[in-house]
Structure formats: C-alpha cells, structure tokens
Design a protein around this ligand. Structure first.
Ligand code: FNR
Length: 370
C-alpha cells in the first residue's frame, strides 16, 4: 500500500509483516517466552482514561519540550533498537534523517548495524543524539566507546540494565542467524553463536556482573548525564535517584527480556508515588527525569505518561516497521502522524501546552490490573 494509506502507527506494523524478510520480522517483532509482557505493554495504556477540561483556549497547541537542556518538537524519542539493516539497507540512518526533519532525539544503540560515527556524521549540526550502552565485560572497550561518544557530542548515556542475559525470543531463535557483518564481528570479538537467532548472536559480550557499585566508575570516565534503561520498580528508581543519576527509563525492553515484567506505564505510577513519599520530589522536574517505553503507539499513550510525570516516552518497533516498509519517508510519516495526533488530542484534552497535561487529567486508578 502507498504511504498515503497509512493512518496510524499500527498500520506500519501490518505492512511490515507483509513485506519484510522473515528473519528481520522475527527479530524485530519477537519478545520473550509467551509474549505476555509484549501484549501487556500496550494493553496497560487501555486501563488509563482521560479527564479532559473544557472552555480553555486551545487555538494554539504547543507540544514541544526540553530534555537535558535541548529542545525537541514533541515528548517522544526514537529509542535504541539493534540491527537496523535487517529491515532496510540504510539501517539506522533512516532514523537519523527523519529525526532531523522532525526535531526529535534519536538514541543510538550499541548494536547498531551502521557504524557509530556514520550515524553521528549523518546528523545535522546541533541535532541531539543519545547513546544506549551495553556494558562490555572488557571495561576498557566500554571506556573507549563512552569517551568517544562524548567527544562526538552525544548528550546522554543510557545504560541498559535489564539485559544481564538476553531473553528467550523463540520466534527469533527459529531463524538461523547467518549474516556476516565484519563491523559486528569486531565489536563482539567475532566469538558469537550463530545458531540461535540474531539476538543471541550479537550479545555475548554483555557483562552480567554489572552492579550499582560500577556507577562510580562511569561517573569517573564521563560527564554525560547517566540514565539507567530498564528500571522496573520504585526501589531501583529510588537507588538511582540517591546515586544522583540523571534519570531512569521505566521499561521492560519491549517485552523482550523477562516475561511477566510489568509495563512501563504501570511502573511509572508506583515510582512517582513512592519517590514523592520517600524523598519529597515531584515529577516532571529537571534534576531526575523519568522516561517510559514499551507499547506506545498513539499520542494519547504519550499524553497519559506525561500527565503522570514522564518527561518523554520512547518508541521502538513502529519506527523499525516504518523504515523497513518505506525507508526514511516511512519514519517521517510516522513522526508526522504523531504530531498530528498531539495537536488534536491536546486540543480535546484542553491542554495548550505540555505543562497543562497534569495528573488530574487522567484516571489511572485501574492501572494495576492484578
Ligand atoms: C530493542 N530494544 C533494545 N534496547 C536496548 O537497550 N538495546 C538494544 O540493543 C535494543 N534492541 C532492540 C531491538 C529490537 C528489534 C527491539 C524491538 C527493541 C528495546 C527498546 O529500546 C525499547 O525498550 C522497546 O523497543 C520499546 O518497546 P516498543 O516501542 O518496541 O514497543
């Protein structure tokens, strides 16, 4: 179907499923075990309802925001997803170009198909990019990667903490991984098991020994804001706050790690409540940022998270599907759809700016379904 026929982010998934090579579809769409968390990620948003306000001047609607001091056009970012070239020959560069056009942040994955410098070079001057880090057992390798990223102007470092080992993604495991990518070989030391799907093949260097005391070392090697990606309960969010990190991403890795992990939006409610109770902080604030990802497909999903205290929300698969089916133009269209949805739904909510999207605009009392 032509791009004109695409009306929402779900549509990209349906088209991608038809046109993508089986191996790529399996890697992008798969999640852990019985994929209960994958489904829950989106379903959890269906348990939150709006309490719109009326008679407010919504002639003009502004959904831009500031993250780590940098302006973005909307409170979403393109989160890190590995192996962009499985879906399209230009891989992650599709995301870089579309992010530039629409003024949103791209988080560059450690396991990008394109070389890190290629992705940074493809950005426009001043275009904000963040980096997602898988911590290598070889800390000198990690130090080089982190310091190089900072030198290249990366604005924040997201350390993935929900993957001490890769989850079991059976759809992906059924596809043998037979790609021979020299850049990837170099990164992983060439010592990979290619018989159990893409995920396992590329992740063998990740250090399962990573723990809280390692954060001091990260602070000693970089001045970038440090954010933990994959926090799943208030206790760990509180620890990150107490250790003076810049924020956390409440995420279960798109349902790809521990099945029966809760959705990011459900965790958000608990984190906001408990950190206020324990430390007296309120969200959003500029010191400790809460991000959420997983299952976000509509601006209404994002607005629920913003109302509950999130600074911004990460979106993964919809952009993979849009470039797999339509290249850069697909990602641009996906971002335009989100902008149109923000404009319409903020009007209907009675919120001319994101500051007007406040907790009393949602009813999240049933977000805990269990
Ligand atoms: C991911 N994700 C991910 N996260 C990370 O920290 N490092 C990585 O290399 C990857 N790779 C990756 C590949 C693919 C194909 C997917 C779908 C996801 C997780 C990602 O950052 C994010 O948490 C989820 O994708 C969010 O869920 P949605 O938007 O895909 O539902």
């Amino acid at each position: 179907p032509s791009l004109d026929a695409i009306l929402n982010l779900h549509d990209f998934e349906a088209v991608a499923k038809l046109v993508m090579p089986d191996k790529a579809w399996a890697y992008y769409s798969s999640a852990a075990d019985d994929e209960i968390t994958l489904r829950e990620n989106h379903a959890a948003y269906h348990r939150i309802w709006f309490r719109p306000r009326i008679m407010r001047d919504v002639t003009k609607v502004d959904f831009s925001t500031t993250i780590f001091g940098q302006k973005t056009s909307m409170p979403i970012y393109i989160t890190a997803t590995a192996l962009g070239k499985l879906g399209h020959p230009d891989g992650e560069l599709n995301l870089t170009r579309a992010a530039a056009k629409h003024g949103v942040v791209q988080m560059i994955p450690t396991l990008a198909s394109c070389a890190f410098d290629e992705i940074v070079d493809a950005a426009q001057p001043g275009q904000p990019q963040w980096m997602q880090l898988y911590v290598n057992m070889d800390r000198n390798a990690t130090r080089r990667v982190v310091q190089h990223a900072e030198k290249r102007g990366i604005k924040a470092l997201f350390i993935t903490v929900d993957a001490p080992q890769l989850g079991r993604r059976e759809k992906d495991m059924r596809q043998k991984y037979d790609a021979e990518d020299p850049a990837e070989q170099a990164r992983t030391g060439g010592d990979v098991d290619r018989t159990q799907g893409a995920a396992r093949a590329i992740s063998s260097f990740i250090d399962p020994g990573l723990c809280w005391k390692d954060l001091a070392w990260f602070k000693s090697i970089t001045n970038m804001p440090l954010i933990l990606k994959g926090v799943q309960c208030w206790e760990d969010a509180l620890e990150a706050y107490d250790q003076k990190l810049a924020g956390v991403v409440l995420s279960n890795h798109g349902g790809r790690q521990l099945d029966f992990a809760r959705s990011g939006i459900e965790i958000l409610v608990e984190v906001v409540t408990k950190l206020k109770e324990k430390r007296g902080i309120t969200f959003p604030n500029d010191k400790f940022l809460l991000f959420v990802d997983g299952g976000v497909r509509r601006a209404t999903d994002v607005l629920k998270a913003v109302a509950l205290g999130a600074t911004a929300v990460g979106i993964g698969r919809p952009f993979l599907y849009s470039f797999s089916a339509y290249g850069t133009e697909g990602v641009e269209k996906a971002l335009q759809i989100l902008k149109d949805e923000f404009e319409m739904n903020m009007r209907l909510l009675g919120a001319p700016t994101l500051k007007d999207v406040v907790p009393s605009m949602v009813d999240a009392s049933n977000v805990h379904s269990h």
